[in-house]
Design a protein around this ligand. Structure first.
Ligand SMILES: [Mn+2]
Length: 305
Protein backbone atom coordinates (compact mmCIF):
# COMPACT_ATOMS: atom_id res chain seq x y z
CA UNK A 1 0.00 0.00 0.00
CA UNK A 2 1.20 3.50 -0.81
CA UNK A 3 1.48 6.42 1.50
CA UNK A 4 -1.61 7.72 3.23
CA UNK A 5 -3.05 11.00 1.96
CA UNK A 6 -6.00 12.71 3.61
CA UNK A 7 -8.17 15.27 1.81
CA UNK A 8 -9.69 17.95 4.05
CA UNK A 9 -12.18 20.30 2.38
CA UNK A 10 -12.35 23.91 3.60
CA UNK A 11 -15.28 25.57 1.80
CA UNK A 12 -14.73 29.06 3.18
CA UNK A 13 -14.92 32.49 1.58
CA UNK A 14 -14.67 34.62 4.72
CA UNK A 15 -11.22 35.92 3.77
CA UNK A 16 -12.18 37.10 0.28
CA UNK A 17 -14.37 39.85 -1.12
CA UNK A 18 -15.40 37.66 -4.07
CA UNK A 19 -18.13 35.14 -3.29
CA UNK A 20 -17.92 31.70 -4.83
CA UNK A 21 -14.49 30.55 -3.68
CA UNK A 22 -16.30 28.46 -1.03
CA UNK A 23 -17.35 26.18 -3.91
CA UNK A 24 -13.70 25.43 -4.70
CA UNK A 25 -13.57 22.09 -2.85
CA UNK A 26 -16.56 20.78 -4.83
CA UNK A 27 -15.10 21.84 -8.15
CA UNK A 28 -11.70 20.36 -7.34
CA UNK A 29 -13.19 17.04 -6.23
CA UNK A 30 -15.39 17.01 -9.37
CA UNK A 31 -12.23 17.49 -11.44
CA UNK A 32 -10.89 14.17 -10.15
CA UNK A 33 -8.65 15.02 -7.22
CA UNK A 34 -8.92 11.65 -5.47
CA UNK A 35 -8.33 9.68 -8.69
CA UNK A 36 -5.32 11.89 -9.51
CA UNK A 37 -3.76 11.28 -6.13
CA UNK A 38 -4.51 7.56 -6.19
CA UNK A 39 -2.82 7.31 -9.59
CA UNK A 40 0.46 7.96 -7.74
CA UNK A 41 -0.09 4.78 -5.74
CA UNK A 42 -1.16 6.70 -2.65
CA UNK A 43 -3.95 5.53 -0.39
CA UNK A 44 -6.26 8.57 -0.43
CA UNK A 45 -9.05 9.22 2.06
CA UNK A 46 -11.47 12.16 1.80
CA UNK A 47 -12.73 13.19 5.24
CA UNK A 48 -15.17 15.69 3.72
CA UNK A 49 -15.46 19.36 4.56
CA UNK A 50 -14.81 21.07 7.88
CA UNK A 51 -17.91 22.80 9.19
CA UNK A 52 -18.10 26.47 8.19
CA UNK A 53 -20.47 28.98 9.78
CA UNK A 54 -23.35 29.95 7.55
CA UNK A 55 -23.51 33.62 8.48
CA UNK A 56 -21.26 35.82 6.43
CA UNK A 57 -22.67 39.30 6.18
CA UNK A 58 -22.97 40.20 9.82
CA UNK A 59 -24.09 43.78 9.52
CA UNK A 60 -25.12 45.05 12.93
CA UNK A 61 -25.35 41.75 14.77
CA UNK A 62 -21.83 40.45 14.44
CA UNK A 63 -18.99 42.91 14.85
CA UNK A 64 -15.49 42.20 13.60
CA UNK A 65 -13.28 41.70 16.65
CA UNK A 66 -10.33 43.52 15.07
CA UNK A 67 -10.66 46.62 12.88
CA UNK A 68 -9.84 45.99 9.22
CA UNK A 69 -9.80 42.19 9.49
CA UNK A 70 -13.18 41.21 8.05
CA UNK A 71 -14.99 38.13 9.42
CA UNK A 72 -12.10 37.34 11.75
CA UNK A 73 -14.28 35.54 14.30
CA UNK A 74 -15.62 33.20 11.63
CA UNK A 75 -12.11 32.70 10.27
CA UNK A 76 -10.85 31.82 13.76
CA UNK A 77 -13.60 29.22 14.10
CA UNK A 78 -12.84 27.60 10.73
CA UNK A 79 -9.07 27.81 11.28
CA UNK A 80 -9.29 25.95 14.56
CA UNK A 81 -11.23 23.12 12.92
CA UNK A 82 -8.75 22.91 10.04
CA UNK A 83 -5.79 22.94 12.44
CA UNK A 84 -7.26 20.05 14.42
CA UNK A 85 -7.92 18.00 11.27
CA UNK A 86 -4.40 18.65 9.98
CA UNK A 87 -2.80 17.78 13.32
CA UNK A 88 -4.90 14.57 13.52
CA UNK A 89 -3.82 13.53 10.02
CA UNK A 90 -0.17 14.14 10.88
CA UNK A 91 -0.50 12.20 14.11
CA UNK A 92 -2.00 9.26 12.26
CA UNK A 93 0.78 9.23 9.67
CA UNK A 94 -1.17 10.71 6.75
CA UNK A 95 -0.25 13.65 4.52
CA UNK A 96 -3.00 16.26 4.96
CA UNK A 97 -4.07 18.09 1.79
CA UNK A 98 -6.39 21.00 2.54
CA UNK A 99 -8.58 22.07 -0.38
CA UNK A 100 -10.03 25.58 -0.36
CA UNK A 101 -11.56 27.94 -0.15
CA UNK A 102 -9.81 31.29 0.15
CA UNK A 103 -6.25 31.65 1.40
CA UNK A 104 -7.24 32.66 4.95
CA UNK A 105 -7.65 28.92 5.57
CA UNK A 106 -3.85 28.63 5.54
CA UNK A 107 -3.86 30.07 9.05
CA UNK A 108 -5.47 26.82 10.16
CA UNK A 109 -3.36 24.49 8.05
CA UNK A 110 -0.09 26.03 9.16
CA UNK A 111 -1.11 26.14 12.82
CA UNK A 112 -2.02 22.45 12.67
CA UNK A 113 1.11 21.38 10.81
CA UNK A 114 3.37 23.42 13.11
CA UNK A 115 1.73 22.20 16.32
CA UNK A 116 4.25 19.45 17.06
CA UNK A 117 6.94 20.19 14.47
CA UNK A 118 9.30 22.92 13.37
CA UNK A 119 8.01 23.83 9.95
CA UNK A 120 9.30 25.46 6.77
CA UNK A 121 6.93 27.08 4.29
CA UNK A 122 6.89 27.36 0.49
CA UNK A 123 4.32 29.91 -0.66
CA UNK A 124 3.46 29.79 -4.38
CA UNK A 125 1.43 32.95 -4.90
CA UNK A 126 1.18 36.15 -6.95
CA UNK A 127 0.72 38.00 -3.67
CA UNK A 128 2.67 38.18 -0.42
CA UNK A 129 -0.31 37.52 1.90
CA UNK A 130 1.85 39.25 4.49
CA UNK A 131 -0.34 42.25 5.34
CA UNK A 132 -1.51 42.87 8.87
CA UNK A 133 -4.87 44.47 9.73
CA UNK A 134 -2.85 47.66 10.23
CA UNK A 135 -1.38 47.64 6.69
CA UNK A 136 -4.06 45.90 4.59
CA UNK A 137 -5.68 48.16 1.97
CA UNK A 138 -8.80 45.91 1.82
CA UNK A 139 -9.30 44.31 5.24
CA UNK A 140 -9.64 40.91 3.50
CA UNK A 141 -7.87 38.28 5.58
CA UNK A 142 -6.83 36.17 2.56
CA UNK A 143 -4.13 38.83 2.14
CA UNK A 144 -2.90 38.28 5.73
CA UNK A 145 -2.45 34.57 6.54
CA UNK A 146 1.35 34.68 6.76
CA UNK A 147 1.23 37.63 9.13
CA UNK A 148 -1.29 35.74 11.23
CA UNK A 149 0.81 32.57 11.39
CA UNK A 150 3.86 34.61 12.40
CA UNK A 151 1.93 36.68 14.96
CA UNK A 152 2.66 40.04 13.34
CA UNK A 153 0.81 43.25 14.15
CA UNK A 154 -2.72 42.83 15.51
CA UNK A 155 -2.27 39.03 15.32
CA UNK A 156 0.36 39.11 18.10
CA UNK A 157 -1.89 37.82 20.87
CA UNK A 158 -4.08 35.45 18.87
CA UNK A 159 -3.19 31.95 20.03
CA UNK A 160 -5.53 30.30 17.51
CA UNK A 161 -3.57 31.87 14.63
CA UNK A 162 0.04 31.57 15.69
CA UNK A 163 2.06 28.65 14.31
CA UNK A 164 4.28 27.59 17.19
CA UNK A 165 6.91 25.76 15.13
CA UNK A 166 7.30 28.38 12.39
CA UNK A 167 10.22 30.83 12.16
CA UNK A 168 10.21 33.65 9.66
CA UNK A 169 13.58 32.62 8.21
CA UNK A 170 11.94 29.39 6.97
CA UNK A 171 9.22 31.23 5.02
CA UNK A 172 9.88 31.41 1.27
CA UNK A 173 7.75 33.00 -1.44
CA UNK A 174 8.10 31.80 -5.01
CA UNK A 175 6.87 33.90 -7.93
CA UNK A 176 5.64 37.11 -6.29
CA UNK A 177 4.39 39.80 -8.65
CA UNK A 178 1.91 41.95 -6.74
CA UNK A 179 2.74 43.53 -3.37
CA UNK A 180 1.20 46.41 -1.47
CA UNK A 181 3.63 49.17 -0.46
CA UNK A 182 3.68 48.45 3.27
CA UNK A 183 3.90 44.74 2.55
CA UNK A 184 6.90 45.24 0.28
CA UNK A 185 8.60 47.28 2.99
CA UNK A 186 7.90 44.59 5.61
CA UNK A 187 9.24 41.83 3.35
CA UNK A 188 12.42 43.83 2.73
CA UNK A 189 12.95 44.28 6.45
CA UNK A 190 11.95 40.77 7.53
CA UNK A 191 13.86 37.45 7.71
CA UNK A 192 11.80 35.57 5.14
CA UNK A 193 13.02 34.98 1.57
CA UNK A 194 11.15 36.31 -1.43
CA UNK A 195 11.64 35.16 -5.04
CA UNK A 196 9.72 37.15 -7.62
CA UNK A 197 8.62 36.29 -11.16
CA UNK A 198 11.77 38.08 -12.33
CA UNK A 199 13.86 35.56 -10.39
CA UNK A 200 12.00 32.71 -12.11
CA UNK A 201 12.61 34.35 -15.52
CA UNK A 202 16.27 34.75 -14.79
CA UNK A 203 17.11 31.45 -13.14
CA UNK A 204 14.53 28.95 -14.29
CA UNK A 205 11.89 27.37 -12.09
CA UNK A 206 13.71 24.14 -11.18
CA UNK A 207 16.89 25.73 -9.82
CA UNK A 208 14.86 28.32 -7.99
CA UNK A 209 12.52 25.84 -6.32
CA UNK A 210 15.48 23.67 -5.30
CA UNK A 211 17.08 26.65 -3.62
CA UNK A 212 13.76 27.66 -2.06
CA UNK A 213 13.41 24.14 -0.61
CA UNK A 214 16.86 24.39 0.96
CA UNK A 215 16.12 27.75 2.56
CA UNK A 216 12.66 26.73 3.79
CA UNK A 217 13.75 23.43 5.30
CA UNK A 218 17.03 24.46 6.87
CA UNK A 219 16.95 23.31 10.50
CA UNK A 220 13.30 22.22 10.57
CA UNK A 221 11.42 18.89 10.71
CA UNK A 222 9.24 19.30 7.65
CA UNK A 223 7.67 21.46 4.97
CA UNK A 224 4.25 22.91 4.27
CA UNK A 225 3.49 23.87 0.66
CA UNK A 226 0.79 26.44 -0.07
CA UNK A 227 -0.40 26.71 -3.67
CA UNK A 228 -2.57 29.69 -4.58
CA UNK A 229 -3.97 29.27 -8.10
CA UNK A 230 -3.45 32.98 -8.74
CA UNK A 231 0.26 32.10 -8.87
CA UNK A 232 -0.43 30.89 -12.41
CA UNK A 233 -1.06 33.16 -15.33
CA UNK A 234 -4.77 34.06 -15.51
CA UNK A 235 -4.89 32.93 -19.15
CA UNK A 236 -4.61 29.33 -17.90
CA UNK A 237 -6.14 29.86 -14.43
CA UNK A 238 -8.99 32.36 -14.90
CA UNK A 239 -11.08 31.09 -11.97
CA UNK A 240 -9.46 33.09 -9.16
CA UNK A 241 -10.61 36.13 -7.20
CA UNK A 242 -7.53 38.30 -7.62
CA UNK A 243 -5.94 37.57 -11.01
CA UNK A 244 -2.65 39.28 -11.88
CA UNK A 245 -1.10 39.19 -15.35
CA UNK A 246 2.34 37.70 -15.87
CA UNK A 247 2.13 34.50 -13.84
CA UNK A 248 3.87 31.18 -14.31
CA UNK A 249 3.08 28.94 -17.25
CA UNK A 250 1.49 25.51 -17.19
CA UNK A 251 4.86 23.83 -17.59
CA UNK A 252 6.58 25.97 -14.96
CA UNK A 253 3.86 25.18 -12.45
CA UNK A 254 4.13 21.44 -13.08
CA UNK A 255 7.93 21.58 -12.92
CA UNK A 256 7.75 23.35 -9.57
CA UNK A 257 5.39 20.72 -8.15
CA UNK A 258 7.50 17.89 -9.60
CA UNK A 259 10.58 19.40 -7.95
CA UNK A 260 8.75 19.38 -4.62
CA UNK A 261 7.74 15.73 -5.22
CA UNK A 262 11.33 14.71 -6.08
CA UNK A 263 12.56 16.38 -2.92
CA UNK A 264 9.86 14.64 -0.89
CA UNK A 265 10.72 11.28 -2.48
CA UNK A 266 14.28 11.76 -1.23
CA UNK A 267 13.48 13.16 2.22
CA UNK A 268 9.91 12.16 3.12
CA UNK A 269 9.58 15.58 4.76
CA UNK A 270 6.50 17.03 3.05
CA UNK A 271 4.24 17.51 6.07
CA UNK A 272 1.22 19.20 4.53
CA UNK A 273 -0.10 20.75 1.32
CA UNK A 274 -2.94 23.10 0.47
CA UNK A 275 -4.49 24.32 -2.73
CA UNK A 276 -6.56 27.50 -2.53
CA UNK A 277 -8.45 30.31 -4.27
CA UNK A 278 -10.23 28.33 -7.00
CA UNK A 279 -13.47 30.20 -7.66
CA UNK A 280 -15.83 28.16 -9.89
CA UNK A 281 -18.09 31.15 -10.55
CA UNK A 282 -15.24 33.01 -12.22
CA UNK A 283 -13.85 29.91 -13.92
CA UNK A 284 -14.24 28.75 -17.48
CA UNK A 285 -15.51 25.14 -17.83
CA UNK A 286 -13.84 24.18 -14.53
CA UNK A 287 -10.37 24.52 -16.06
CA UNK A 288 -8.84 26.18 -12.99
CA UNK A 289 -10.15 23.38 -10.74
CA UNK A 290 -8.75 20.83 -13.19
CA UNK A 291 -5.41 22.59 -13.06
CA UNK A 292 -5.51 22.60 -9.25
CA UNK A 293 -6.18 18.86 -9.34
CA UNK A 294 -3.32 18.14 -11.74
CA UNK A 295 -0.83 20.25 -9.81
CA UNK A 296 -1.76 18.62 -6.51
CA UNK A 297 -1.22 15.19 -8.06
CA UNK A 298 2.17 16.36 -9.37
CA UNK A 299 3.17 17.57 -5.90
CA UNK A 300 2.47 14.17 -4.39
CA UNK A 301 4.43 12.36 -7.06
CA UNK A 302 2.43 11.93 -10.28
CA UNK A 303 4.84 11.69 -13.17
CA UNK A 304 4.81 10.80 -16.83
CA UNK A 305 7.07 7.74 -16.46
MN1 LIG B 1 -2.73 33.95 -1.62
Amino acid sequence: MGRAVRIIGAPTDFGSNRRGVDMGPSAIRYAGLIEGIESTGADCTDVGDVRVPHVRRHGGDREDPVPNAKHLDQIAEVSTRIADEVADAREEGALPIVVGGDHSLAIGTVAGAARDADLGLLWFDAHGDYNTPETSPSGNVHGMPLAASLGRGAFADMDWARADGLREKNVVWVGLRSLDDAEREAIREGDATAYTMADIDERGINDLVEEALEVATSGVDGLHVSLDLDWLDPRIAPGVGTPVRGGVTYREAHSAMETVADWDRATGDLHSFEVVEVNPILDSHNETAELATELTASAVGKRVL
